[in-house]
Design a protein around this ligand. Structure first.
Ligand code: GLP
Length: 242
């Protein structure tokens, strides 16, 4: 793992966006693994800005998202499909047909999980997977537990995760109880991973994930086993290393 602690959130967003843009310059048809949550928003703004200045194009790229809530139609304002459209896709030139966010509203969720894996096989492997981290160490929606699942699957969300994400829904009762998520096996197959974390509230889990035991009880700790993982932290999230 390469751990970099940057001076500011702005530096961190610019650094992550530059890595993604440089991948697209060398491989325009790259498959990007994308994440949601508040963490990547600034990175997406940077990429949109670079696109508007003609510094990067996504015209031949593919994208696959980590996860989606079960039961939300794609047009729901809190669906991760809406999030991606709003924060990235509508500001760049990626063909929407090249983008894939799991359909959490599919009638046959097992078939949808299999289709997500197949899309990665068809256009992948994922060249670069962007990740945030949950306060309990989850990546995507792979929650801590005695066991983890390798492939894309349906997961029951922990109450702590539902309550952390209630800020987007206004009311915890509106937060779905399940999600579709890429499994840790799918995530670890990416050629490169960038995990990004901001803020002092992430400092403890970052230290645990990066320096503690590799354990299913902290899914992000499995990144210690990845051969090409870049960890980008601001000073606060990296505070546990001082
Ligand atoms: N499924 C997403 C994760 O992919 C994300 O990393 C996490 C942290 O979110 P935030 O970036 O808002 O802290 O939230 C959600 O649970």
């Amino acid at each position: 793992m390469n751990i970099r602690i940057l001076n500011s959130r702005e530096d961190l967003n610019a650094t992550a966006a530059a890595v993604i843009a440089s991948l697209l310059l060398s491989k325009p048809q790259a498959m990007l693994g994308l994440a949601t949550g508040s963490t990547p928003i600034g990175i997406y703004q940077h990429l949109a800005d670079m696109y508007s200045k003609g510094q990067v194009s996504f015209a031949r790229a593919y994208s696959v998202n980590l996860d989606e809530y079960v039961g939300l139609p794609p047009e729901h304002p809190q669906s991760y499909r809406s999030f991606m459209n709003e924060h990235l896709f509508q500001h760049i030139d990626i063909p929407i047909s090249h983008t894939r966010v799991p359909d959490g509203n599919a009638l046959d969720l097992a078939a949808e999980c299999a289709a997500h894996e197949q899309a990665i096989l068809d256009h992948g492997p994922v060249d670069l997977q962007l990740l945030g981290i949950g306060h309990n160490g989850h990546i995507g929606f792979n929650e801590p537990g005695h066991r983890l699942t390798g492939a894309t699957h349906v997961v029951d969300l922990k109450e702590s995760t539902r309550s952390a994400n209630a800020r987007f829904f206004g009311d915890i009762d509106a937060v779905p109880r399940q999600a579709v998520t890429m499994g840790v096996g799918t995530i670890l197959k990416a050629k490169q991973i960038i995990l990004v974390a901001f803020g002092s509230d992430k400092a403890d889990i970052i230290k645990q994930a990066l320096t503690g035991p590799v354990t299913t009880e902290c899914p992000a700790s499995l990144l210690q086993c990845h051969p090409n993982a870049l960890i980008l932290l601001d000073q606060k999230a990296g505070g546990g290393f001082n």
